[in-house]
Design a protein around this ligand. Structure first.
Ligand code: LLP
Length: 425
């Protein structure tokens, strides 16, 4: 069910016409639905019910903060009982500020700095997912020097092709993530013996926007074998983190697995593991909960192709199409019923600033409002200020009320942080 329905000819976010948000706050602007976030968070938990039942333990659901780090979004998920998967000190501080308890925070990432490891230790986070022997040794040493024990898992690279875009695949041998399966036992043996480290299990994450469960099931099977081997080696394995990665439908015809199918597969794959499981969903929770609301600046006749629909949003606001060739549905806020074929572009001075080529879409003209759908994950968070465009606002809708949950940051405010040294005069 969409939380951005057309009602009385106007697209709404829940019960609020998007045209009202545009006139009150301006465009471009990200708009999130509270109900959509809550619904997805609950569906994900419900999908994993067979896993909770089978293992006799509630899994830890750690929202991948990178997908949407807005404080209000994190607060909604905190209220739903979610923890957080963070990949930087900045994300860690956000998760805590949003009210996510430290013991529900998992710290992932190949390049955690010393300062970030110390921050995690001092805040008492629930789990570090260690990505190399080098990081494990450093964490152990830091924890021991602070008189602490770092709770940790070892992230494994299972060498599985997630069959997704190459830039968001993370579990193949050539990717930088995790420890290769062949070195896992040896690495585990070394790190488990270190003071300061309480190594208690393994973690994996093979990629994002997965529309097929098969690569995940293969990776989970390899993880299960490793858990058995590690136990044979005498280790006590109590925790396994199965990562995130479940995809969403960006485009008609894309059919992601349902939460129930995912849950059934996980239950099958993890039967008998006898561990506390953790998951790190991002996109599947937040993707459909947001749109990027934009206004058409003008429609320009094309050279020998379709017209250019020039919108006021650009690749700096929503980077996914330029970066990954990603598809986001483009729909008019007040559709006339007419259709057109268009090249949908932003105002930035490079050809990469193209949202869609030869796209069949609602007919729009200068001044109309439109949305890029499914922009709640990896949208605002990947913005830049390229072309000195600043950062756009984010709005949360709840029924017929709304709140600005991130202010627009004007180019002038960014300029304020810059200095011209007086020796240039
Ligand atoms: N856990 C780890 C360790 C990750 O690296 C990621 C995503 C997640 C969890 C969450 O994955 P999700 O459930 O959202 O698929 N910017 C790209 C996506 C990059 C994802 C990287 N890692 C995009 O816009 O498609």
């Amino acid at each position: 069910m969409t939380h951005f329905p057309i009602r009385d000819g106007v697209m709404h976010a829940e019960d609020l016409p998007l045209s009202r948000i545009a006139s009150e706050i301006g465009t471009p602007v990200y708009v999130y639905s509270r109900a959509a976030l809550e619904t997805r968070a609950r569906e994900f938990r419900a999908g994993l019910a067979p896993v909770a039942e089978q293992s006799g333990r509630e899994p830890l659901l750690a929202f991948a903060v990178k997908a949407n780090p807005n404080l209000a979004v994190l607060r909604i998920l905190a209220n739903e009982g979610y923890g957080a998967d963070v990949v930087s000190g900045g994300e860690l501080i956000r998760a805590l500020a949003a009210g996510i308890p430290a013991d529900k925070i998992v710290f992932s990432g190949v390049g955690k700095s010393r300062a970030e490891l110390i921050l995690g230790l001092e805040k008492g986070i629930g789990q570090f997912n260690i990505e190399s022997r080098e990081e494990g040794r450093e964490l152990a040493e830091l924890a021991a020097s602070l008189g602490l024990q770092a709770q940790a898992t070892l992230r494994i690279n299972p060498d599985v092709d997630a069959k997704t875009h190459e830039k968001i695949s993370t579990g193949k041998a050539e990717n930088k993530f995790g420890i290769p399966m062949v070195h896992a036992r040896e690495a585990y043996r070394e790190l488990a013996a270190l003071d300061g480290l309480s190594l208690r299990g393994v973690a994996i994450h093979i990629g994002s926007q997965l529309l097929d469960l098969e690569p995940l099931e293969t990776a989970f099977a390899k993880t299960g074998q490793l858990v058995a081997q590690l136990r044979e080696d005498g280790h006590t394995i109590t925790h396994v983190d199965l990562g995130g990665g479940l995809g969403v439908a960006y485009k008609a015809g894309e059919i992601p697995p349902t939460m129930a199918e995912y849950g059934a597969m996980v239950a099958r794959a993890t039967e008998g593991w006898d561990v506390q499981l953790a998951f790190e969903p991002g996109r599947v929770i937040a993707g459909e909960a947001g749109v990027l609301l934009t206004r058409i600046v003008r429609v320009k006749r094309g050279g020998n192709g379709p017209p250019f629909v020039i919108v006021d949003a650009a690749m700096n606001d929503l980077a996914r199409p330029a970066l990954y060739g990603a598809w986001h549905d483009f729909d008019a806020v007040e559709p006339s019923g007419e259709r057109m074929t268009a090249n949908i572009v932003g105002p930035i001075c490079e050809t990469g600033d193209t949202f869609a080529r030869d796209r069949e879409c609602d007919a729009v003209q200068s001044g109309d409002l439109a949305v890029f759908r499914t922009a709640g994950a990896y949208g605002a968070t990947m913005a830049s200020s390229y072309n000195s465009r600043g950062f756009i606002a984010e709005v949360l809708v709840d029924g017929d009320r709304h709140a600005v949950v991130a202010d627009r940051i004007d180019p002038a405010a960014i300029m304020d942080a810059e200095r011209v040294p007086d020796w240039l005069d």
